[in-house]
Design a protein around this ligand. Sequence first.
Ligand SMILES: Nc1ncnc2c1ncn2[C@@H]1O[C@H](COP(=O)(O)OS(=O)(=O)O)[C@@H](OP(=O)(O)O)[C@H]1O
Length: 288
Amino acid sequence: MSSSNFLEHRGFLMPSKYYDKDKLEYICNEFQVRDHDAFSITYPKSGTTWMQEILTLIQSDGDTTISHTVPNWERVPWLEPTLFSTNLESLPSPRFMSSHLPVHLFPKSFFTSKAKVIYTVRNPRDVLVSLHYFSKTAGFLDELDNIEELLPKFLKGEVLGGSWFDHVRGWLGVKDQVNLLIVTYEELLQDLRGSVVRICNFLGKELNEAAIDSVVENVSFKNMKDNKMSNYSTFPKDILDIQKSPFIRKGISGEWKNHFTPAMSESFDAAYKEAMNDINFKFIWDQC
Ligand SMILES: Nc1ncnc2c1ncn2[C@@H]1O[C@H](COP(=O)(O)OS(=O)(=O)O)[C@@H](OP(=O)(O)O)[C@H]1O
């Protein structure tokens, strides 16, 4: 992943083709968040697309018409890239939007609003593996054959999204000051129904049992993999070529164990411990 592919803006690294500083500054300083907005925020490869699907189906009371006819990037449109054309300002409330932004670049108006953030986090070891496969798919990333080469770059934050540690620490740092729900990818895997109910409660959205059943069924790995409006098969191939590696690829936790050597694991653990030492929050993967 050559650094020349990236735009670096105040610690945030994104493909220079699809991000620019002016837009990032506009989003941070001028974008007007509304009280009824809800944002899905993620570090890349942490469950973004999964959460987009969950939010779409919650918003439609489990009706699949939209999730089967409108691509995910239009259903829960992106805040910061220049790649997509949705005019967020003209969308009616309540708006559901997606973002990879670190907290220090997020719209300032959010912090004085009643808007909500769902922050989805995933074991960074699995994020790294997922990113490795994504680099085969994404035309804007240099493919790295070897996860071993990617690991030091990931630990230094020289990858898509910048530093995982800074991203997670930043959002955790405001969790008691704003309307923020932390959801882990691993919780979604372990208890999808319970997680959907928790998200509904957070959003103040009442769904009956049948609607919840429909959300859970339609956001399953298999159904999303088969859904052309979620699996990126309709996306321009020069940007994402899912023939090279599927976007909805494996969908499990703990895959890192098949890819990390003991030395890689040791170096990851040491960096993790140092960066997350003073965080007063235990993730599910911290217990094992
Ligand atoms: N329904 C469902 N169930 C389980 N896992 C799922 C699901 N949908 C997406 N995924 C997995 O999420 C990974 C992609 O992450 P993101 O959507 O955050 O990628 S991106 O940041 O938008 O590029 C990627 O993970 P890996 O399989 O580990 O590569 C996807 O397979």
